[in-house]
Design a protein around this ligand. Sequence first.
Ligand code: SF4
Ligand code: MG
Length: 283
Amino acid sequence: MITLDQPLTVKELKSDVKPIWCPGCGDYGVMNSTLKAIADLQLDPAYVVIASGIGCSGRFPAFVSSYGFHGVHGRVLPLATGIKLANPELTVLAVGGDGDAFSIGAGHLPHAVRRNVDITYIVMDNEIYGLTKGQPSPTSPFGMEKKVSPYGTVDAPINPIAMVLAYGGTFVARGFSSKPQELAELIKRGIQHAGFAFIQVISPCVTFNDTYAFYKAGTAPLPPDHDPSDRMAAMRLAMQTDVHYLGVFYEEVRPPHHAQVQRIQQKAGADFSLAEVIERFRR
Ligand code: SF4
Ligand code: MG
């Protein structure tokens, strides 16, 4: 992480582009918590890249005074992986929604996890496709009735925390946009984690799926005696349906992807860096 002597404020980290999310959208809270994490860690925004896919949350990079890349639908993880591999000095954040992450982009998730790519993946989960006016997403509850699904959904929702734990994730956490302090702490820990940090954030869509009341009543911090090095204990807590726990379910130290690539380069006697390879392809 490349840091500044003088930290920037959250206000200074915002760009001149004003967010166009609906008033009350959870994504505002996620953005403010992310900027607070960047400010608290004194990160130099010249070495921060925020990559996104498509969806309401995909607009995120435009609102921040750092580098950004608004990619195509579901491809945020290959994009972020390439950025990190090309320049491991960068702090790379990948952001997106539940449709982007768990539907069209779902095939990328297990591979980013097993490679332990050193990025922080923040999934703003509103259990619906907000940008396209409220179709059910992979995390919509069974039987959810909306304008475009008037007879109720027929598919069971996936469980993102259990899924990433099963993939072998090295940092697995859940936050809530209505708990900005706690969320900023989770994002800070995710950025500091040397490997793939997965953070599912409950981020309600006030326009098409307002779940604020449900989650304000239905969330709780992880039990204080939970051991985050115990994957099976984390899995049991993730599978609980009567309460949605918030906090770090699981964390372990494992060499990140770019370190493994550098190790292979050394082993193969490569006398050039990855940046030089990219430069050669450019010519
Ligand atoms: Fe947020 Fe929903 Fe509005 Fe999109 S449609 S900006 S997710 S409230
Ligand atoms: Mg969504």
